[in-house]
Design a protein around this ligand. Sequence first.
Ligand code: SF4
Length: 173
Amino acid sequence: MNLGQPIIGMSSCLLGQAVRYDGSDKNQPDLLAALSEHFQFQAYCPEMAIGLGVPREPIHLVERDGQIRCVGTQTASLDVTDALQQLAQQHYAQHLQLSGYIFKRGSPSCGSRKVKLIKNQQLQRTAVGLYAEKLMANFPQLPVADEDQLQQAEQRDQFIAAVYAYHRSKLQS
Ligand code: SF4
């Protein structure tokens, strides 16, 4: 258990790593500058970790037979649902060390909200990315946000306070 500066998990692409399907990143320099005096960052890219390379076929969430599956946008037989959920479980011990998490908005793997769910080739509703969903189920009290929810200084201050409160509660337990 880390007793020093809180560690927060973060989608690797938000930390500037070129791990998106097309080899790009989603670097957030302003957000990182605002948070770096408070936290250490631990990068996670679930899609790379399950063996999808760069570049790769994009994946998305679809509803099939009442189940949510994460599959290739062109190759329906490319189904990484189980791999993403199992990876989050394999990372359980690592996630125990975290006091917060910042997810990439809209990702079928990392998105903590508002991820498109497709049914019959049409937008059905929004859902949660599968790695993020498992992580949040394992740690329901963990403060989480996506980058869009931390654009304003007031939002960031609230997140920082929540992370410190969670961190303190871990130290006392
Ligand atoms: S959103 Fe998640 S899975 Fe996609 S590139 Fe970023 S870290 Fe990797």
